[in-house]
Design a protein around this ligand. Structure first.
Ligand code: FES
Length: 68
């Protein structure tokens, strides 16, 4: 789905660059070679980054809790 209509990027593109931007919304825009214009997409970008961080942290807990 399109996240940013001003710059025309999608959630897939955000997820694609997320590992390289250290949970920074500004890093996402930089990595995609664009700048926020109206800014309406910034909360969605942050939400995607938060979701990815949560999944990563849950994975870490699951593997730490499993018996060896
Ligand atoms: S929708 Fe992303 S800057 Fe406007």
């Amino acid at each position: 789905m399109y996240v940013c209509l001003c710059n025309g990027f999608t959630d897939r593109q955000v997820r694609g660059v997320a590992p390289n931007v250290k949970c920074s919304a500004a890093g996402v825009y930089r990595a995609l070679g664009v700048r926020p214009q109206c800014g309406k997409c910034v909360p969605t970008v942050r939400e995607i980054l938060r979701d990815l961080a949560q999944v990563t942290s849950d994975d870490g807990l699951a593997s730490a809790a499993s018996p060896a």
